[in-house]
Design a protein around this ligand. Structure first.
Ligand code: ADP
Ligand code: MG
Length: 284
C-alpha cells in the first residue's frame, strides 16, 4: 500500500466520524475477524436511571436510597449516577469512602458501614426474587447493605442504543464474530445480547480481567478488535489488535485506542472495517 492511498483512506474516515491514529492502523483493521464489544456505554447508552427499590423486612425504601445515594454521590459509575440522582440532594456525609472497580462502593454513612454493588452478601428470598426478576428483564440490580447485612436491591436500567442492532448486523455481514464483554451479570448480559443479535457473551468479568479475555481470544488464533468506552476497558483496548474507543467515552479509553468513533455510534466501527478493506483492497 502506498502512503498516499492510505492517507486518502484516513481522510474518508474523518468524514465518516472515525478518527484514525495513523495510516498504518488500516492494515490491522483489515485483518480483524472478531469484535469484542463492551456492554455499558458501548452497546448501551451508559446512562442509567433508577427503576425500583426493593427492601428487606423492617427497612424503608427511603432509608435505603438515602444511605446508598449518599455513598454513590462520590462515584462516577453510571449506576452510581442513577442512584445518586434519585436520592436527591441534602444527603448525609460519607467517611472512609472506597470504590472497588467492578464490584461497587463502600463507606461510613450515619455511623453505618454501607456497601452498594455486588459484594456477594447473602440475600433473603424476597430480595433474591426481586434481583432475579430484574436481571431476567435485562436490568441491573445492585445490593445495598449496611452493617454487613443486605437490606435492599436497587434496580437500574440502561437502554440499548438505537443503532447497536444495525451495527451488529453490519459486523456479521462482513463475516466478523461479535462478542459481548461485561462486568455485569450473565442474565443482564444475555438479555442485552439477544436484543442486538449477539450470540457470544462473556459476563461477570472484572475490569482487570477484560484484557485477559482479549489475550485468550488472540491465543485461540483470532485477530481481535475491541470496542469500549470506559477506564476499565483501556488495557483491553491497548492489547487488542485494533482498539476502537467511543468518542463519547473517557479520555483514557481514547488514548489507549487506534481508532475513535467520534459520535459514539457503533455503526462507525462497521464503516471503519469496510473502509480499510476498500482502501487496501484497491491498492494491492
Ligand atoms: P461494565 O463492564 O458493564 O461497564 P463494570 O465493570 O463497571 O460494568 O461494573 C460491573 C458491576 O459492578 C456492575 O454491574 C455493578 O454490579 C457493580 N458496580 C460497579 N461499580 C458500582 C457502583 N459505583 N455502584 C454499584 N455497583 C457497582
Ligand atoms: Mg463501559
Amino acid at each position: 500500500a502506498t502512503p498516499t492511498a492510505l492517507l486518502v483512506g484516513t481522510g474518508r474516515g474523518a468524514q465518516l466520524g472515525i478518527l484514525i491514529k495513523g495510516p498504518e492502523v488500516l492494515e490491522s483493521t483489515r485483518r480483524v475477524d472478531t469484535v469484542v464489544l463492551d456492554k455499558t456505554g458501548t452497546v448501551t447508552e451508559g446512562r442509567m436511571s433508577l427503576v425500583s427499590v426493593h427492601v428487606a423486612e423492617g427497612v424503608s425504601a427511603e432509608e435505603a436510597l438515602r444511605l446508598a445515594g449518599a455513598l454513590e454521590h462520590a462515584s462516577e459509575h453510571p449506576i452510581a449516577r442513577a442512584i445518586a440522582a434519585a436520592a436527591g440532594s441534602s444527603l448525609p456525609a460519607v467517611a472512609e469512602f472506597h470504590a472497588e472497580e467492578g464490584l461497587g462502593v463502600q463507606g461510613v454513612v450515619d455511623g453505618h458501614r454501607v456497601q452498594v454493588g455486588r459484594w456477594g452478601l447473602p440475600l433473603d428470598s424476597e430480595l433474591t426474587a426481586a434481583k432475579q426478576t430484574a436481571e431476567q428483564a435485562g436490568r441491573t440490580a445492585v445490593v445495598a447493605a449496611w452493617d454487613g447485612i443486605a437490606r435492599a436491591v436497587l434496580v437500574v436500567s440502561d437502554t440499548v442504543k438505537p443503532t447497536s442492532a444495525e451495527a451488529v448486523a453490519g459486523l456479521k455481514s462482513l463475516g466478523l464474530k461479535p462478542v459481548l464483554l461485561t462486568g455485569d451479570n450473565a442474565s443482564v448480559a444475555r438479555a442485552v445480547a439477544a436484543e442486538v443479535g449477539i450470540d457470544d457473551v462473556i459476563s461477570e468479568v472484572l475490569p482487570a480481567d477484560k484484557v485477559d479475555v482479549v489475550a485468550r481470544l488472540q491465543r485461540e488464533g483470532r485477530v481481535v478488535a475491541m470496542v469500549g468506552d470506559g477506564v476499565n476497558d483501556a488495557a483491553a483496548l491497548a492489547r487488542a489488535d485494533l482498539g476502537l474507543a467511543m468518542g463519547t467515552g473517557t479520555d483514557v479509553a481514547i488514548e489507549a485506542s487506534d481508532l475513535t468513533l467520534v459520535r459514539g455510534d457503533l455503526r462507525a466501527a462497521v464503516d471503519a472495517i469496510r473502509l480499510s478493506r476498500k482502501t487496501l483492497g484497491t491498492i494491492k
